[in-house]
Design a protein around this ligand. Structure first.
Ligand SMILES: Cc1cc2nc3c(=O)[nH]c(=O)nc-3n(C[C@H](O)[C@H](O)[C@H](O)COP(=O)(O)O)c2cc1C
Length: 260
């Protein structure tokens, strides 16, 4: 197998790190790789904050749904969907005057622009993850950074058209993490379709979730009345308090972003 496929097929999230720093030269190599990622219109609609402050990491460990390992990550990179840079540059470039001459209103970033900037930021983030993996570093995404928008905006001094789409923790994996097996995935035919979308039926869902159902049957205690993986994921993830907070937080950000 070629070494790139080897890295891709063996990556797993790492949440416990050896107590040793990531050298600056390694961090910069990872960032260089991230900045080579494809980017819409070659606009680089993202920024990255290297969170080196221990106090900030401790705050994030709390505000990102209480995940203490964030505070212990030797390297934490915050990937921001960023339309502020281009919008400010447009203004510096005299586009307001240009629009006036043409008798057209000034276009501001809207939801579609946010989606595009999120694509850029996430592609850069995952390029960093793979680059890190290739030099022996483990990593873990923190999606809970989308919660508590107001607190994160104030902590990192984020302007209106900047949204923290993911935080990534990096560090050298502990021996136990190295030995941990890969997490399973759904079968390819449930995920990859040809030419058109295909809704699955009840029989296929049963098949798709059989390994999880079996695991549940073997497993320990589960919340009262829970019968299957669908109910479990609904209670533990989809309708859990952290998901509710994420929805609230993103709504607040969107109201500010898309305001006329
Ligand atoms: C968008 C996104 C957000 C995630 N957020 C978290 C998180 O907040 N905390 C965490 O421990 N893992 C988080 N993860 C890691 C997933 O839990 C992990 O990728 C998944 O369980 C599969 O495990 P694997 O990466 O080891 O294959 C996130 C992953 C992604 C892609």
């Amino acid at each position: 197998m070629n070494p790139v496929m080897d890295v891709l097929l063996n990556r797993k999230s790492v949440r416990a790190y050896e107590d040793r720093p990531v050298p600056d030269v390694v961090r910069d190599e990872i960032l260089q790789a991230a900045m080579r990622a494809p980017t819409a219109g070659n606009m680089m609609l993202y920024s990255v904050i290297h969170v080196s402050s221990q106090a900030a990491k401790e705050t994030l460990a709390r505000t990102c749904d209480n995940q203490p390992f964030i505070a212990k990550a030797p390297l934490a990179l915050l990937f921001l969907a960023d339309y502020q840079r281009w919008y400010d540059y447009f203004i510096h470039s005299g586009v307001e005057r240009l629009r006036d001459q043409r008798g057209e209103p000034l276009q501001k970033p809207e939801e579609g622009d946010l989606f595009l900037a999120c694509c850029d930021a996430l592609i850069a983030a995952h390029t960093a993850v793979i680059a890190a993996e290739s030099v022996g570093l483990g990593s873990c995404y923190i999606g809970d950074i989308m919660e508590n928008y107001e607190a994160h905006r104030d902590l990192f001094k984020l302007p209106r058209y900047v949204f923290p789409i993911c935080l990534v923790c990096f560090g050298y994996p502990t021996k136990q993490q190295m030995e941990r097996p890969l997490t399973p995935r759904f079968r390819q035919d449930f995920i990859v379709f040809e030419n058109e979308y295909r809704a699955l039926d009840g029989r296929e869902y049963k098949e798709m979730f059989r390994p999880m159902q079996d695991e549940m049957a073997r497993g320990g205690p589960k919340p009262e009345g829970i019968e299957n993986p669908g109910q479990m994921m609904y209670i533990r993830k989809f309708s859990a308090d952290f998901s509710k907070e994420m929805r609230r937080s993103v709504r607040v950000m969107l109201q500010s972003w898309a305001q006329a």
